[in-house]
Write a protein that binds this ligand. Structure first.
Ligand code: ATP
Length: 324
């Protein structure tokens, strides 16, 4: 994998409004929890844009804010500040009726705990049928056809008549994906969908999510600890301390012998006010701490440790006088 870091994002507009026409757009998203007088900043100005039809994985260490982000995007929690717009719905200003509509038809979810996704006393096909019946969207016969088609798409047609307790963990999660997309949501959110599965089954479930994304075009965001997820999606966003820090983009190239090869490249994310997080290994390699020197070069920005001995003469160095 390449270790070149490049910047994504652009400019520094003054407002927190997210740019572009993304299906998921978060700008400077903040979520502060206050418990017993102590404040925890779970999201500290997170910026994220996901295009319609894209599948993106969100990874990050425990406590970095992944679940907080997903809970906000699913409409179960409201951010403290910033902006979040999903499929045209403003999550900060939506009222109660709009929230119910949003959760019923705009977004579908798959949670880590299989017990949260499926009703234990219903069979796989009854579980998939339930959201269709609640929405009253299709005539009866078409509902049955849709249930069958979804179970086939997720390759769980063979468990149509079984209850969750009679299925494997992977079959349960694939059925849960069928339930989540039954009503054709615009966005599919999955929080650690492979968290309770072994490695081989995790691969199947991630591939199932990718298949559904490809077949239905549903914009998909998967939060995961799974370090192999970058092999299954074209874009992986890393969250650190409540902010997007790096992105890994994966593409397939054909070499001079006509052989396809996968190339992954990691980018640092520049937020709307010009902040970026240096990768931890870069910080450690140069022992960067407290303050660093910056220099604007014709085509890049240089970063040096502040100690004079280590710093070359930068082409342009801002001083506090220039800031005034
Ligand atoms: N309801 C809450 N009240 C107080 N603090 C919270 C609450 N929910 C989350 N936090 C805190 O916010 C931070 C981010 O938590 P979050 O669950 O989003 O992280 P995560 O990346 O999903 O972690 P994990 O991978 O372990 O699930 C943590 O410090 C957590 O303790």
């Amino acid at each position: 994998m390449s270790t070149t870091f490049e910047l994504t994002g652009g400019g520094a507009p003054s407002s927190a409004e997210p740019a572009g026409g993304g299906e998921i757009r978060c700008g400077d998203l903040v979520r502060i929890f206050a418990t017993d007088g102590v404040e925890v900043q779970a999201l500290q100005g997170l910026t994220l844009s996901v295009d319609p039809g894209e599948i993106v994985a969100v990874v990050g260490a425990s406590g970095s804010g992944k679940s907080t982000l997903l809970t906000i995007l699913s409409g179960l929690d409201t951010p403290t500040g910033g902006s979040a717009v999903v499929a045209g719905t403003d999550l900060l200003t939506m009222g109660h009726a709009e929230r119910v509509r949003y959760q019923r038809s705009t977004v579908g979810f798959v949670w880590q705990q299989t017990s949260r996704n499926l009703l234990p006393y219903l069979t796989a096909s009854e579980n998939v049928r339930l959201p269709l019946e609640l929405a009253g969207a299709l005539p009866r016969r078409e509902r049955s056809r849709r249930v069958e088609a979804l179970l086939e798409l997720l390759e769980v047609g063979h468990v149509a008549g079984r209850r969750p307790g009679e299925m494997s963990g992977g079959e349960q999660q694939r059925t849960a994906i069928a339930v989540a997309v039954a009503n054709n949501p615009r966005v599919l959110l999955a929080d650690e969908p492979t968290g309770e599965l072994d490695e081989a089954t995790s691969v199947e479930v991630l591939e199932a999510l990718r298949g559904v994304n490809r077949e239905t075009g549903v914009t998909t965001l998967v939060v995961t600890h799974d370090p192999t997820v970058s092999e299954h999606v074209a874009r992986t966003v890393q969250i650190r301390d409540g902010r997007t820090s790096t992105e890994t983009l994966r593409r397939t190239e054909t070499d001079e012998h006509g052989q396809a090869r996968h190339v992954s490249e990691e980018f640092a994310v520049l937020d709307r006010v010009g902040r970026l997080q240096l990768p931890q290994d870069f910080v450690h390699a140069l022992d960067l701490r407290d303050r660093v020197r910056l220099a604007l070069e014709p085509d890049h920005v240089g970063v040096w440790p502040a100690a004079p001995a280590a710093a070359p003469a930068p082409a342009i160095q801002r001083t506090s006088e220039e800031d005034r």
